[in-house]
Design a binder for this molecule. Structure first.
Ligand code: PAF
Length: 281
């Protein structure tokens, strides 16, 4: 596997590959790789001649300093995993290489997608995500980029970014990977205490139950039902449960046929924030 820390060296390498007619698949990550990431990389490998993975803990998308400081960074282990699945290129730039001396994000207008759910609770998060993903797309110039649907709102925002800035990259969303007990895979799961890890599958269990009830209860009732369930769970604190139109990410007043809806959830297990979602049709 080729490992690059500098934009210029990565760009020079990729430009040669492109001249040879190779297609490039790109999987941006913040490291602490798990099966979910690996499945994106395997997919990218299958569909492209060359795969680039980035590992970069992007400071501008963290609204919480502690979350940034404690974000797991097991780089040696990640490199081993990437080597094992024969990833072609790893890009691990420093913060300075990406941001020079001003670690700030660009401001974006994502047609309102940025004000829903995560946007309400994580100030500036999507400006940070937009800034880094746009920068990486400009450096890597991939044909296709792959993102997990666990961050469904992020996926929709990146699709919007590409559309608004006419960036010539296909953005593909891929299924959520789960632990055997249903907990959505996340790099943050490694930071859960034993007791929080034990209770965390309640999140997905409740999403599945909500899905079964969708159509039988109205949106408001179903939301209240989930909120009540979480009030009884001492170890988990619900931040939000929202049913939204997959395209606009807005909560509907009433359910219309022909529109795809999804339920989104954010929960604190101790000081670890977990998110998940489920398609309702
Ligand atoms: O989903 C993530 O891990 C990050 O938000 C991303 C897309 C790599 C940007 O930093």
């Amino acid at each position: 596997m080729n490992i690059f820390k500098l934009k210029s060296e990565l760009k020079a390498f990729l430009s040669l590959q492109r001249k040879e007619g190779k297609t490039i698949g790109f999987v941006p990550t913040m490291g602490a790789l798990h099966e979910g990431h690996l499945s994106l990389i395997k997919r990218a490998k299958k569909k492209n001649d060359l795969v680039v993975v980035s590992i970069f803990v992007n400071p501008t998308q963290f609204d919480n300093k502690q979350d940034l400081e404690k974000y797991p960074q097991p780089l040696d282990n990640d490199i081993q995993l990437l080597t094992k699945i024969e990833c072609d290129v790893l890009f691990t730039p420093s913060v300075k290489e990406i941001y020079s001396d001003t670690v700030v994000s660009q401001k974006f207008d994502f047609d309102g997608l940025e004000f829903q759910m995560e946007g309400k609770f994580r100030d500036g998060h999507f400006d940070g995500v937009g800034t880094i993903v746009k920068a990486f797309f400009e450096i890597v110039e991939p044909d296709t980029a792959y993102f997990g649907r666990k961050d469904f709102q992020q996926l929709q925002i990146i699709k919007k970014l590409v559309e608004k800035y006419n960036i010539p990259v296909k953005v593909k969303g891929r299924p959520i990977f789960r632990e055997e007990d249903g907990l959505a895979m996340s790099s943050r799961n490694t930071r859960l205490s034993e007791e929080h890890r034990k209770v965390a599958p309640f999140i997905y269990k409740t999403l599945k139950k909500a899905k079964r009830k969708f159509g039988m209860k109205d949106v408001e009732e179903l939301t209240q039902w989930v909120e009540k369930k979480f009030r009884k769970q001492e170890l988990l604190r619900l931040e939000y449960f929202t049913i939204a139109d997959e395209k606009t990410l807005k909560t509907p007043e009433s359910i219309e046929s022909g529109i795809r809806y999804r339920a989104f959830i954010a929960v604190f297990a101790g000081d670890i924030r977990l998110i998940d979602n489920i398609g309702l049709q």
